[in-house]
Design a protein around this ligand. Structure first.
Ligand SMILES: [Zn+2]
Length: 472
């Protein structure tokens, strides 16, 4: 279990990337330029998987852009209430007027989402035209838009049943759709569930199981993009309090995965055969959700983050000493601080790049001697900067062949790191082995990060493995 679909682009469909034997590529019809459509044909000709996305990610971004100002104005009022309370607001605690404004904004978001996304499968013809081997299916993007706008249930006063209704409608449409698909796609059609917590995910799992659906997808990009903090979560009616406010992203991501599997199992008596995590590519999260899921489910992931992170002034993923995203500038400073340090990544991308553009460690060390207390700046890594030729992999050429080489190497490297992480998951067969593996991953990770993030990830591990009593 555990496969990563690469976002299709000229940066990811390269001979070097193909040597990693990717399971396949993802492309949405609304992004399919003639160039990408041509690449998609080559993906198929190479016998690789092609996952046709439904393109809703773009639409969610449009809804968010249209309403983000209104949402931010409301959020400032929540901040004021939370500052007064000294803790996160709980359901029913916002002033009535503010909750009513929040509810109204959630209605506007839902209406705009329906207006822009249509019936949730508006791009189906375009998807099929790509001749895919897998399809991301029908979706109601309302819940994803709410998340993108921070319209939490504790703010809008919305009930759990709103998500159940949306999931029921989607599951019903998906069940009807499957019968009308080309036969080869019927077991490769991933309708998209939605959730914002353990409880709503539990309901989603139950609803999708009741409709006999598997495989299934769910959007996780919005969970990971969430910059908010909370000091509690609900599992069933039980409120679990944290020692302080912790970043939502880690705990919610794990709880939603856990809730979905628990709900699905309760209804089907078994686990879904396949599950795709849309927009999840954070190194530390892959093992955690794999543990929250189930060894018997074929898990897959996609994300643009390993590409976006690799670009200018970005971050590189490492697996040693822990599963980390390390800012490139910081890596330059780290290397410069000790002449014995080298960038010894064994991946084919770093290796090939360094052959063409070797590191010149003594130059970096000399820079450090001259700047003992200073981190490298962006200018240091640009042409003419002191570290531009010391660390070509970390350098930022404005354009030209060296820019292309830098981008290709870093993008390839980040995907290689994810492949390494997924291989380790696949090799940890059986729940106990996987649990021991993920415990070791978290133990290595927590000392490297700030206390709230360490605590959030530790909670994630706890939620992935806790005994949660039957139906919440
Ligand atoms: Zn590398």
């Amino acid at each position: 279990m555990g496969q990563f679909f690469y976002n299709l682009s000229p940066d990811t469909f390269t001979p070097a990337n193909l040597q990693l034997e990717p399971v396949g590529y993802l492309l949405a019809p609304n992004n399919a330029t003639p160039q990408l459509t041509g690449l998609a044909r080559r993906v198929r000709a190479a016998g690789l998987g092609l996952l046709a996305d439904n393109g809703n990610f773009t639409v969610i971004g449009q809804v968010r852009a249209a309403l983000s100002e209104a949402a931010a104005a409301l959020h400032a009022q929540v901040d004021a209430v939370e500052d007064r309370l000294g803790r996160s607001v709980r359901p029913g605690e916002l002033p009535d007027r503010l909750q009513a404004d929040y509810f109204e904004l959630s209605v506007r978001a839902r209406e705009l989402a329906r207006q822009l996304a249509g019936d949730g499968e508006a791009s189906l013809a375009g998807q099929l035209a790509l001749d895919p081997t897998y399809l991301i299916g029908v979706e109601d993007i309302t819940a994803a838009c709410w998340l993108a706008l921070d319209l939490e249930r504790s703010h809008t006063g919305r009930r759990r049943r709103d998500w159940r209704r949306m999931n029921t409608a989607v599951a019903r449409r998906a069940a009807e759709r499957i019968d009308r698909l080309p036969e080869r796609l019927r077991e490769r059609y991933y309708p998209v569930a939605c959730a914002e917590s353990y409880n709503t995910a539990w309901d989603a799992g139950q609803v999708f199981a009741d409709h006999g659906l598997t495989p299934i997808a769910m959007g996780f990009g919005a969970f990971m993009a969430d910059a908010n903090y909370t000091d509690h979560v609900f599992i069933g009616r039980r409120r679990i309090d944290f020692p302080g406010r912790l970043p939502n992203r880690y705990t919610r991501t794990v709880l939603v995965a856990r809730g979905f599997w628990d709900g699905y199992r309760s209804a089907a008596g078994t686990t879904p055969q396949g599950f795709h995590f849309l927009g999840l590519g954070a190194p530390i999260m892959l093992p955690l959700v794999a543990l929250a899921a189930d060894n018997d489910t074929a898990l897959s992931f996609d994300a643009t983050s390993p590409i976006k992170d690799a670009l200018r002034d970005g971050v590189l993923y490492v697996t040693k000493p822990a599963y980390l995203k390390i800012r490139i500038r910081k890596s330059a400073g780290w290397l410069a601080s000790d002449l014995r340090r080298t960038w010894d990544c064994p991946c084919p991308f770093c290796t090939a790049f360094a052959e063409q553009f070797p590191f010149d460690y003594p130059v970096g060390h000399a820079w450090r001697t001259a700047h003992p207390d200073q981190d490298p700046t962006a200018a240091d890594l640009r042409p003419g900067g002191a570290l531009y030729d010391a660390y070509p992999l970390f350098s930022e050429p404005p354009s030209g062949p060296r820019r292309d080489a830098v981008d290709h190497a870093r993008i390839g490297h980040n995907h290689w790191a994810l492949e390494t992480i997924l291989t380790a998951i696949r090799e940890s067969r059986g729940h106990d082995t996987l649990r021991a593996h993920v415990q070791a991953v978290v133990a290595a990770y927590t000392p490297t990060t700030s206390p709230p993030f360490a605590e959030a990830v530790t909670n994630g591990l706890r939620f992935a493995t806790a005994d949660i009593e039957s139906s919440p």
